[in-house]
Write a protein that binds this ligand. Structure first.
Ligand code: C2E
Ligand code: MG
Ligand code: MG
Ligand code: MG
Length: 288
């Protein structure tokens, strides 16, 4: 009895906790309005083939330009969107927007879209993906969905069923942040991925730690024997690029190759060509 120490009492009533919750709630309310206020945007980051240097596609990364707070990071607002029931709306917005834009690119380029755990758990994702492809006119084989281990872990059977439905349309699936989950090998064995995205933490230390380099080699060998291409994320310097290229990494992405940028800025650098107006899918007509 009376075990509660002053310390726990303080922790329980800690006003800074209240503040934190209030802050998150505020952010959630503002995010709810951000759609109509046109504060959300998508940046794209280039993904290149190591062997040929060709652009394979672009990853869509959501951005929130808040009028007072400036740019709020998705690492901050995606968890809030999940907590306050906004993630389905956000995920649907990103998917539709990313596909609509990619439908205007030269068809050689794919678009990769991140799918959050809750989006995968609750939404009728296969139906939403199909509807989005039909409405935007994007060919299914130009869309890649990026999932993390935590996204698919909860219910194996259901996840497998959903992934098969999505892959059945021709959409490809990448395993994002590979190596950070706690059962990466099991995940790889169970689900039919088309690409492995080697996590930042491995790439970061690939030049400095012999142990990390050995693990990276092992993942690349694994990818080769499973016939799944490996993309290394977050490449920041030439040493990392050269090491990964020597070891046979298939694709690369990172600040060294290109920062995430608005699509018109990428177009103006000449790294992306848009289709002439006349060759674009007549989306509006189809919707009426
Ligand atoms: P991610 O999917 O692993 O995306 C890669 C992140 O690494 C991006 O951060 C990108 O800007 C950053 N990055 C790329 N190259 C480099 C580099 O060379 N060095 C460093 N230090 N960072 C680099 P961003 O855009 O802040 O996104 C963070 C995470 O938020 C993403 O990680 C993804 O999990 C999530 N996210 C972003 N956009 C969306 C979205 O539309 N939907 C969902 N569900 N999640 C998203
Ligand atoms: Mg990603
Ligand atoms: Mg990643
Ligand atoms: Mg990451």
């Amino acid at each position: 009895r009376a075990k509660a120490t002053p310390a726990t009492a303080v922790a329980f009533y800690d006003p800074s906790m209240d503040e934190l919750v209030r802050e998150r709630k505020n952010l959630a309310n503002e995010l709810r309005l951000a759609f109509d206020r046109d504060e959300l945007d998508i940046y794209f980051q280039v993904q290149k083939s190591v062997a040929t240097g060709e652009v394979r596609g672009y990853e869509a990364l959501v951005r929130w330009h808040h009028p007072e707070r400036g740019n709020v990071s998705p690492a901050e607002f995606i968890p809030i969107a999940e907590e306050y029931g906004l993630i389905l709306q956000l995920g649907e917005w990103v998917l539709r927007e990313a596909c609509a834009r990619a439908a205007k690119w030269e068809p050689a380029y794919k678009v990769a879209v991140n799918v959050s755990p809750m989006q995968f758990a609750h939404a009728d994702l296969p139906r939403m993906v199909l509807e989005t492809l039909v409405e935007t006119g994007l060919a299914a084989n130009r869309l890649e969905l990026e999932l993390t281990e935590s996204t698919i872990f909860s219910d194996k059977e259901r996840s497998l069923h959903m992934l098969r439905q999505i892959k059945g349309m021709g959409v490809t699936i990448a395993l994002d942040d590979f190596g950070t989950g706690y059962s990466s090998l099991d995940t790889l064995r169970t689900f039919p991925f088309d690409k492995i995205k080697l996590d930042k933490s491995f790439v970061d230390q690939v030049e400095s730690s012999e142990q990390t380099a050995a693990m990276v080699r092992a993942v690349l060998a694994l990818g080769r024997s499973l016939k799944i291409p490996v993309l290394a994320e977050d490449i920041e310097n030439a040493e990392q690029l050269s090491m990964l290229s020597i070891e046979g990494c298939d694709e690369v992405q990172g600040f060294l190759l290109g920062r995430p940028l608005p699509i018109d800025r990428i177009v103006s650098t000449g790294q992306l060509t848009l289709l002439p107006e006349a060759e674009r899918a007549p989306v509006e007509q189809r919707r009426r």
